[in-house]
Design a protein. Structure first.
Length: 308
């Protein structure tokens, strides 16, 4: 199976010690975000965890722990955008994140580290031309340290519109211009541009629209074929293997204005205060009378080497 740490929060950036404590303990407890009384225990043994998928805006706190994770296969997505503190208040400077990205790639290999440049929005500060210029500068820095950059355009969920009221939809023509230009730039630097949940509109312009966290992504990272059970995707446009997420919503301290995972800042501050690095939960502890359900887990590795 695949353990995912990054769909609901940024565990490497804010909860790296907790995560390593869970690795040491060999299990983690996770509340269902839509039914908090349903608690699942997941074993974290390398015997059943085929890969740990990380998604972060700041890998630095986890770098010192990589040697302790050497028995686990890993795949990392690191999000690096052109946005400043006006949009991403608590994200480190891009230059620092790119250097940590390079360190991560050097330790794990380029097949195990991908770059995310998303979500893309356009306004008077972050113009179309600025996106193109900044993207090329980042490609120049990251070239040779990753094979992939994933892009997506901002989705105007209700919580996004509430927290970022001036944001607007990226037009079809702007999407095409970015997809086509990014694909051309990426080709010059050896970086394939992939679209995340954007359908196939950008495929004619050189963008890979097959998905970002796909079966092939993980097989390439771990060097082994996987027999993955078929599951209905959460979104019709998504072809990714999302795995089991051990995070929790409303816990990411980056407080990005476009965030899909935080409802509001007050919830985040409250939940971060409830975090206990020694707890088996990311937030809070087991309450009296609560029942833990053991997850059914098995390795998906079929033992055959992958030649991707």
């Amino acid at each position: 199976m695949i353990i995912n740490t990054g769909m609901r929060t940024d565990i490497p950036a804010f909860y790296s010690q907790w995560f390593m404590n869970r690795i040491q303990a060999g299990y983690v407890l996770v509340r269902n975000p839509y039914r908090p009384d349903w608690i699942t225990r997941y074993e974290l043994s390398p015997d059943v965890v085929d890969c740990i998928a990380f998604c972060t805006k700041n890998p630095e706190p986890m770098l010192k722990h990589l040697d302790r994770l050497k028995n686990y296969h890993q795949y990392w997505f690191v999000t690096i955008t052109p946005y400043g503190r006006d949009i991403e208040p608590n994200v480190p400077l891009k230059e620092k994140v790119m250097q940590d990205f390079i360190t991560l790639s050097d330790k794990l290999g380029t097949n195990c580290v991908g770059w995310r440049y998303d979500p893309i929005f356009i306004d008077s500060t972050y113009t179309l031309q600025r996106h193109i210029s900044d993207f090329e500068q980042m490609c120049r820095t990251l070239s040779g340290h990753t094979n992939v950059c994933v892009i997506s355009f901002i989705d105007l969920y209700e919580k996004v519109k509430r927290n970022f009221p001036q944001v607007r939809t990226v037009t079809i023509q702007e999407r095409i211009t970015i997809g086509k230009t990014f694909a051309e730039i990426g080709k010059r630097y050896g970086i394939t541009i992939k679209a995340c949940a954007e359908g196939t509109d950008l495929a004619p312009y050189g963008v890979d629209c097959a998905g970002c966290m796909t079966q092939q992504t993980f097989e390439t990272a771990i060097g082994c074929n996987l027999t993955i059970p078929k599951k209905k995707p959460q979104r019709a446009e998504c072809a990714c293997v999302l795995g089991t997420d051990i995070g929790a919503y409303d816990t990411c301290g980056h407080l990005c204005r476009y965030c899909y995972a935080n409802y509001n800042h007050a919830n985040v501050r409250r939940n971060m205060k409830l975090h206990d690095p020694e707890s088996p939960f990311l937030v809070g502890n087991l309450q009296e009378g609560e029942i833990i359900h053991q997850a059914s887990q098995e390795s998906w590795e079929d033992g055959q080497l992958s030649f991707f």
